[in-house]
Design a protein around this ligand. Structure first.
Ligand code: UD1
Length: 421
């Protein structure tokens, strides 16, 4: 068991290097399967979910060679279809991408039920609907999703019922080797969808429109290996932006794509926080108090649901009353009770969709749990800002998506340590 101990109240000052984006790296690593070739992936974040992904690929027969912590060579020539270990698959939501990747390479797939952060039910009906539209016969039961198609999938027009990052990515992956043209309408716009499409195009796919609502995929028979660099993690960057403001500090975040953070920057400026945007780096500073705000967590390019817990932690220290509405997941305010232990004045409506945050002058240290990945980051932010000592439990949950959060924060002046028991 690991925990993070923080003695709060120290303004963060200095520079932090942002790692590669976990949620782009996950589909890209699984999509290397389609190539049946060697891919070199750079700027890979060495976080827990990525380590599990590499273990799954290895267990399936891939050769994984680490050039250094952030550069990995994956050779998927000898991968065996349907051989992913169910126990490891269950540890990730992103292992769903195995279905699309196996279908694209082998015309059939068998993958165990996937896991990931618990924000209530996380169905994969939209993924399955997409695979079925492409001509696959899909069954979901007994802990496995199985899919098969005669020879190749067949391109078609798919109108997504709802914007889904995972379903858009999975259908995109499957469609790369389908016969003819696939058109995905009402697609997710997230930067990681664009990154996945860029990776697949580097492997010989023909994808256009990624980053808009309509993505077109002209199927090719085969993909080949490539060398590819993952984009920076906008959620990691956003988390440190919020930490800078919460501690009344000044942080420079290097290796970012600042336009991916426009929604976070705009809200923080509205709150009276200084955000200086220089393209590949962002500076955040505040010296005095900051104002309340109204946040709507929605799909990109709006304010990301993955930044919702962190901004709520910040708003708990703002002047005035804020509201935060979660529009993507049904149960994403479970962490509010943990913030309340630290003195935050937050109430959530009966539907669990809107939190009303009455800003308090100070938070105080407490023992809290990282209930999910981003909620865990919110606990760390609250602990950095609070008076006294905070102990965050279940740190492995945070390490699934943040590379060396303790080291990075310590390098900018936080009094923080990782305790292993
Ligand atoms: C991904 C991210 C997660 C992020 C989320 C939204 C990964 C590994 N995870 O999750 O960090 O919070 O995007 O930006 O990249 N839905 C259905 N049926 C489906 C699929 C989704 O009803 O088949 C619903 C979900 O329950 C949710 C909404 O659609 O309410 C959006 O989910 P989605 O965008 O698919 O999220 P994930 O891909 O699971």
């Amino acid at each position: 068991m690991k925990k993070i101990k923080i003695r709060g109240g120290k303004p963060l000052k200095g520079q932090i290097e942002i790692s590669g984006m976990k949620n782009a790296a996950l589909p890209i690593l699984f999509a290397t399967i389609i190539t049946g070739d060697v891919c070199v992936i750079e700027n890979l974040p060495p976080v827990g979910d990525i380590e599990v992904t590499l273990e799954i690929l290895q267990a399936m027969g891939a050769k994984v060679m680490r050039h250094n912590p952030t550069v990995v060579e994956v050779d998927t020539r000898d991968i065996k279809q349907g051989s992913s270990p169910a126990g490891m698959v269950r540890r990730l939501r992103g292992s769903n991408y195995l279905i699309g990747a196996e279908l694209a390479r082998f015309g059939r797939a068998k993958v165990g039920t996937t896991g990931g952060c618990n924000f209530g039910a996380r169905p994969i009906d939209l993924h399955i609907k997409g695979f079925s539209a492409l001509g696959a016969t899909v069954t979901d039961g007994d802990g496995f999703v199985s899919a098969h198609t005669g020879e190749r999938l067949k391109g078609t027009k798919i109108v997504m019922d709802k914007i889904s990052v995972g379903a858009t990515a999975n259908i995109l992956i499957a469609a790369t080797t389908a016969q003819g043209m696939t058109i995905i309408e009402n697609a997710a716009h997230e930067p990681h969808i664009v990154d996945l499409a860029s990776f697949l195009n580097s492997c010989g796919a023909h994808i256009s429109g990624a980053g808009t609502s309509v993505i077109k995929v002209r199927g090719v028979e085969k993909l080949h290996g490539c060398q590819y660099t993952i984009i920076p993690d906008m959620i990691e960057a956003g988390t440190y932006m919020v930490a800078a403001a919460a501690t009344h500090g000044e942080l420079v975040l290097n290796n970012v794509i600042s336009r991916h953070l426009d929604a976070v920057s705009a809200k923080m400026r509205e709150m009276g926080i200084i955000v200086i945007d220089e393209g590949d780096r962002i500076t955040v500073k505040t010296t005095g108090s900051f104002n309340s705000a109204k946040i709507q967590a929605v799909p990109y390019p709006g304010f990301a649901t993955d930044m919702q817990p962190q901004i709520t932690a910040l708003l708990s220290l703002a002047s005035g009353i804020s509201t935060v509405t979660e529009n993507v997941f049904k149960k994403r305010f479970q962490y509010v009770e943990e913030l309340q232990r630290m003195g935050a004045a937050i109430s959530v409506d009966n539907q669990g969709s809107t939190a009303t945050v009455l800003g308090v002058r100070k938070l105080h240290g407490a023992t809290v749990t990282a209930l999910d990945l981003r909620a865990g980051a919110a606990m760390v932010i609250a602990g950095l800002a609070a008076e006294g000592e905070t102990c965050v439990l279940d740190v492995e949950t945070i390490e699934r998506g943040y590379f060396d959060i303790v080291g990075k924060l310590r390098s900018v002046g936080a009094d923080i340590e990782l305790v292993e028991e």
